[in-house]
Design a protein around this ligand. Structure first.
Ligand SMILES: [Ca+2]
Length: 339
């Protein structure tokens, strides 16, 4: 019983150390991301397709095509193209991180566009006018808009603009979505010399955080953070791009999606107390085990010692008593028989 408890305790302590080693300390709002678990069902890496020229978890279509060594090219640098890439399964995690490595490249002229979009929406794979996807979407669209439709706008481009669609409101193409935008920033991610990545972190009903890497490796620029935002349950992940009169090549290099396991500000203290409590139980039980073992050993040793001394004592007694009536051999034999 005690041994089983000890094994159970050692096992639980080992589990705690694994949790601790996974801790990456990322803080979001007033909570901490303890660890992340990558979702292979919503991630995408080279070579992108299997021997049947399919991907088990993603669909792609329209003008999109796969270069197994490099990317999924949503559009070539040619006018009037559109391409899409959608997860086949909805994302059921409440809290998640999506990191997309992309590349937008084209000529050096001042005419290029239109850009690409990351979708977290309840509908999937429905081509349309909003960066190659349908309008009146439900969920969030994060648009990497490289073409300034509204020439009178004061916003510099390229730009990131997000809209939280309710399924009814139209994306305002002529004004680059500004009337309905919920977050935005400027970032010169086009033709960047370093890998360009978009990172979106969502904590259910709490926060949506968008960062972009375009200046240098592992140099993330904050784009925008939205508090108290709720996205639809079980959305799909989509990436679409479109060219019009102007064009660019829009490529997806990889998508890495992870489920995020969070702790509240109080949890580390609780965990610490729990660990201390377990450690205390362990110490107490171990001391009890030692005391019990010591007591058993003491009784056994005492019994042996008493038995041996008793034998000698008896022997001395009978020897003294039997000097005239018994010889030594018979006394010894009697003593043994008596014991
Ligand atoms: Ca635009």
């Amino acid at each position: 019983m005690i041994l089983a408890k000890l094994l159970l305790l050692v096992s639980s302590l080992c589990s705690a150390s694994v949790l601790a080693s996974d801790y990456d300390g990322t803080r979001i709002a007033n909570r901490t991301i303890d660890r992340t678990v990558q979702l292979l069902t919503h991630s995408l890496f080279a070579p992108y397709i299997d021997q049947d020229l399919q991907n088990r978890w993603w669909d792609f279509g329209a003008d999109a095509y796969v270069n197994t060594n490099k990317h999924i090219r949503l559009t070539r640098n040619k006018s009037s193209l559109m391409g899409w890439l959608w997860s086949r399964l909805p994302l059921t995690s409440h809290n998640w991180i999506i990191e997309v490595e992309f590349k937008i490249s084209g000529g050096t002229s001042h005419l290029y566009g239109d850009g690409l979009a990351l979708w977290i929406t309840t509908e999937r794979a429905q081509p349309g006018p909003v960066f190659g996807s349908k309008d009146h979407f439900t969920g969030i669209g994060i648009f990497l808009d490289t073409y300034k439709n509204d020439l009178h706008s004061e916003y510099p481009f390229p730009r990131i603009i997000a809209m939280n669609g309710d399924g009814k409101t139209s994306y305002d193409l002529a004004k680059d979505g500004v009337p309905n935008m919920i977050g935005e920033c400027a970032a010169d991610y086009r033709r960047s010399s370093v890998a360009t990545k978009l990172k979106v972190i969502y904590v259910k009903d709490t926060v949506l955080d968008v960062k972009i890497q375009w200046k240098g490796w592992e140099e993330w620029s904050n784009c925008f953070t939205l508090n108290d935002i709720s996205l639809p349950q079980s959305p799909y992940i989509g990436l679409t791009a479109m060219t019009g009169d102007v064009s660019d090549a829009h490529d997806i290099i990889s998508v890495s999606t992870s489920s995020a396991i969070l702790s509240s500000a109080e949890t580390p203290r609780d965990k610490l107390q729990s660990t201390e409590s377990e450690a205390g139980w362990f110490s107490f039980s171990f001391v009890r085990f030692l005391l019990f073992g010591g007591a058993v050993a003491g009784i056994w040793f005492g019994w042996r010692t008493y038995g041996q001394s008793g034998s000698k004592r008896d022997q001395a007694f009978w020897c003294a008593l039997g000097t005239s009536t018994m010889d030594t051999t018979s006394v010894h034999a009697f003593s043994v028989t008596f014991l």
